[in-house]
Design a protein around this ligand. Structure first.
Ligand code: NAP
Ligand code: G4F
Length: 349
């Protein structure tokens, strides 16, 4: 089996690449050309493409470049396409609405059209989002009406509908995974969970005194990302394309997440958390709580890690990552932990 993943350098793309490589897939990833390395989350998966049996291949490209997508689809001829690439930050989408619409929304249409034009017979997964439900109150499932509250949510709603349209209009195998928030130690540092757990580690280590946050009252249904990429894969193994919600069904406020994370590190959060209005949004999504019973019935998928456990996993990982940052260079590169500082034979270290 051969898969193409857009967004392979992101949180979900990195876990999905691991999952598919573990299943014996040949994995192709779309990466953006940048002036600095942007492959930190998948460096551990790197294989020399010249080596016999290499299974991971990276290609430069961008969801804003439709011609490049057609060329790549033609060259790679994948069995499965996972469209995870997006400007995925809701707050940023208010600052960059046009760019968000272009990549997160129209980017999906460009990729679907590339599949069609290249004549590739493949299954297509669209990373749809609970953010599309926006102002519609919970619990939310596949039948819940959309009421997006951000340029990001509106762009995802466009991508959702264009995916359904290619399914109905051209008979394509095109599926929407409507995923509620999912996090991990690989979560981007500016999403609220990771911002909190990273701050806990830094405050505990004496590197920071406070963390500044916005709305603590928002309710989210936070699950564990590695379980969600398993759900994506299961969706594409179904006989028919369909739309599925993935969620834990739990409801935590941002304040609850803060309290759980600080408490796990033995600290009282109220001493360290401060308010900054710059983190508020012009329109907020007050509550997202998912009902994933369809995914359980049809795919046998169920979230195991609940939000409180997730918070502890992330705090432990950030504390450990910080300890590694403080370790001597020879430890970081995996050489023996010499009893004296400095490695033999190397001067000036
Ligand atoms: P993420 O960590 O922000 O990763 C986004 C990925 O998209 C990165 O690899 C990024 O590349 C790539 N990308 C950004 N702009 C692109 C462009 N113009 N062309 C090609 N690639 C581009 O996001 P994530 O948390 O893994 O989420 C994966 C997908 O699921 C996203 O579509 C997101 O909107 C959606 N989603 C996420 C959640 C969640 O809770 N995590 C929930 C529902 C839906 P760089 O590394 O170069 O920036
Ligand atoms: O972590 P967040 O930025 O995630 P948000 O907006 O829920 O979006 C995430 O989940 C979506 C699925 O529902 C994805 F589609 C999307 O790509 C992304 O992964 O914010 C969560 C909540 C919000 O209510 C926000 O207002 O936390 C609140 N918040 C409070 N203080 C903050 C902060 N959010 C951020 N990023 N930074 C803060 O300082």
């Amino acid at each position: 089996m051969r898969a193409l993943i857009t967004g392979i350098t992101g949180q979900d793309g990195s876990y999905l690449a691991e999952l598919l490589l573990g299943k014996g897939y040949e994995v192709h990833g779309l990466i953006r050309r940048a002036s600095t390395f942007n492959t930190g989350r998948i460096d551990h998966l790197y294989q020399d493409p010249h080596a016999e049996g290499a299974k991971l291949f990276l290609h430069y490209g961008d969801l804003s470049d439709g011609a490049r997508l057609v060329t790549l689809l033609h060259q790679i001829n994948p069995d499965e396409v996972y469209n995870l690439g997006a400007q995925s930050h809701v707050r940023v989408s208010f600052d960059e609405p046009e760019h968000t619409g272009d990549t997160t929304g129209i980017g999906a249409m460009r990729l679907l059209e590339a599949v069609r034009l290249a004549g590739v017979d493949c299954k297509y997964y669209q990373a749809s989002s609970s953010e599309m439900f926006g102002a519609t109150p919970p619990p939310q499932n596949e039948e819940t009406p959309f009421y997006p509250r951000s340029p990001y949510g509106a762009a995802k709603a466009y991508a959702y509908w264009v995916t359904r349209n290619y399914r109905e209009g051209y008979g394509m195998y095109a599926t929407n995974g409507i995923l509620f928030n999912h996090e991990s130690p690989r979560r981007g540092e500016t999403f609220v969970t990771r911002k909190i757990t990273r701050a806990v580690a830094r405050i505990k280590a004496g590197l920071d005194q406070h963390v500044y946050l916005g709305n603590l009252d928002a309710i989210r249904d936070w699950g564990y990302a590695p379980e969600y990429v398993e759900g994506m894969w299961r969706m594409l193994q179904a006989d028919e394309p369909d739309d599925f919600v993935l969620a834990t069904g739990g409801n935590f406020t941002v304040r609850d997440f803060v309290a759980t994370a600080f408490e796990h590190a033995g600290m009282d959060w109220e001493k360290y958390v401060r308010f900054d209005e710059r983190y508020l949004r012009p329109t907020e999504v007050d509550a997202l709580v998912g009902d994933a019973s369809k995914a359980y019935e049809k795919l046998g998928w169920k979230a195991e890690v609940q939000t409180d456990e997730l918070a502890r996993i992330m705090v432990d990982a950030d504390i450990e990552a910080l300890e590694h940052e403080g370790r001597p260079w020879y430890d970081k590169v995996g050489l023996p932990n010499w009893p004296v500082v400095g490695a033999p034979g190397i001067t000036g270290v």
